[in-house]
Design a protein around this ligand. Structure first.
Ligand code: SF4
Length: 387
């Protein structure tokens, strides 16, 4: 007799490919020609309606781009279409990414009414000079207003994105941003290191030597400051860039949706450049709104790339993504996939005295210490080499 176990709930991601203006560091796909919003939505609804799935879903993440460029009635239509098409749990986490430059108290109230349960606010910094340098469209005061309005609109799940590692940013300046964020008592904080992604305006500025990037050592120092300071204020790290307010249980305020990306759960992505993963198949839509719309208008799925991950690739992902998280690699998951004992495959790393301070091993998990997370890429590379 074969017992079938239910797969864990999956997630849905919607990519809204519009921004009022491009930030200098950003490599997410978006365009600033807002006149294509309605044609895009028609295509998005075609894509959703043509997709069938028997999975159960417990998270919907509307990201981009700047989804808060769309009014609440359009966001509400997207949520309704997803709920009508898929088995979306009645208590699903429904997140909307918000740019502070695009919202008012009234629009946030309308988003709440349309079914959004969680906001992720792109604050990035509480200092106007740094927001200007990043090319953000909003001021620090606009970010503060958006956070206060979000609470007033009834949101009890609020996350904020912050960026650190800007040229010349001192520990004191970064601590000021962190303390300002904590003062609003958000449920979640994401703190990202600034990176110069290829072909962004920021990367071209770096090549022209218009600024001096922070040294790796200084960035590591700010990472350490972030983890210790947020932990001291009740926001333990649960992934290398993510921190959730502890409350009654450590995982109460974690992003349900984002955790799917690190734990091998399935997700469906809709919209240009959106990724989907149905183990072991991964695929990505066109990173081009014209190609996306044109494919859907001719009743073709707008898929640009599709690959079936080999067992080796799946193991690499289990290791690489697991090491980013507080819990670490699930040894059971690794052994189920590889048919080999974890302790044997990585024996030399697990017994290397030089790595002792960087790696923690329990019967269930293998994770990195804070020191280990500072050299995540190097350690992950060592694990991957042994697969
Ligand atoms: S608002 Fe967000 S998606 Fe749009 S350009 Fe800025 S960082 Fe990128």
């Amino acid at each position: 007799m074969v017992f079938l176990t239910n797969p864990p709930p999956a997630g849905i991601y919607i990519h809204i490919p519009f921004c009022a203006r491009k930030c200098l560091y950003c490599d997410f796909y978006s365009i600033t020609n807002l006149s294509r919003r309605n044609t895009f939505l028609d295509a998005l609804f075609l894509e959703i309606t043509a997709t069938k799935s028997l999975l159960s879903f417990d998270s919907l993440y509307i990201g981009g781009g700047t989804p808060s460029i769309l009014p609440a009635d359009q966001i509400g239509r997207i949520i309704d279409r997803i709920s009508g098409q898929f088995n979306l749990d009645g208590s699903a986490e429904i997140t909307l990414e918000v740019n502070p430059g695009t919202v008012t108290l009234e629009s946030l109230k309308a988003y709440r009414k349309s079914g959004v349960t969680r906001l992720n606010i792109g604050v990035q910094s509480f200092q106007d000079s740094r927001l200007g340098w990043l090319g953000r469209m909003h001021s620090a005061d606009a970010a503060k207003d958006a956070i206060l309005w979000a609470r007033a609109a009834g949101f009890d799940q609020i996350g904020m994105d912050l960026i650190y590692g800007l040229p010349g940013q001192s520990r004191k300046a970064w601590l000021a941003d962190l303390h300002q964020a904590i003062s609003f008592d958000p449920e979640h904080l994401s703190c990202y290191m600034l990176t110069c992604e290829p072909e962004t305006p920021l990367d071209r500025m770096r090549q022209r030597q218009e600024f001096k990037a922070m040294t790796d050592e200084d960035v590591c120092g700010l990472f350490e400051t972030t983890v210790t300071e947020l932990s001291r204020h009740g926001y333990p790290l649960y992934e290398i860039s993510n921190f959730a307010r502890k409350d009654n249980s450590p995982d109460a305020n974690r992003s349900r949706h984002n955790q799917k990306y690190w734990t091998d759960a399935s997700y469906l992505g809709f919209g240009p450049a959106a990724h989907s993963y149905l183990s072991p198949v991964r695929y990505r839509n066109h990173r081009d709104i014209s190609a996306y719309i044109s494919d859907l208008n001719s009743r073709t799925f707008p898929i640009a790339e599709k690959e079936t991950l080999s067992r080796e690739q799946q193991l690499m992902e289990t290791v690489f993504l697991g090491l980013r998280t507080l819990e670490g690699i699930s040894i059971r998951r690794f052994e189920e996939k590889s048919d080999r004992p974890f302790n044997i495959v990585f024996q030399d790393l697990l017994t290397d005295p030089e790595l002792k301070e960087l790696i923690t091993l329990t019967p269930e998990h293998c994770s990195l210490t804070l020191q280990g997370m500072m050299v995540l890429d190097a350690i992950a590379g060592m694990f991957v080499d042994r697969i």
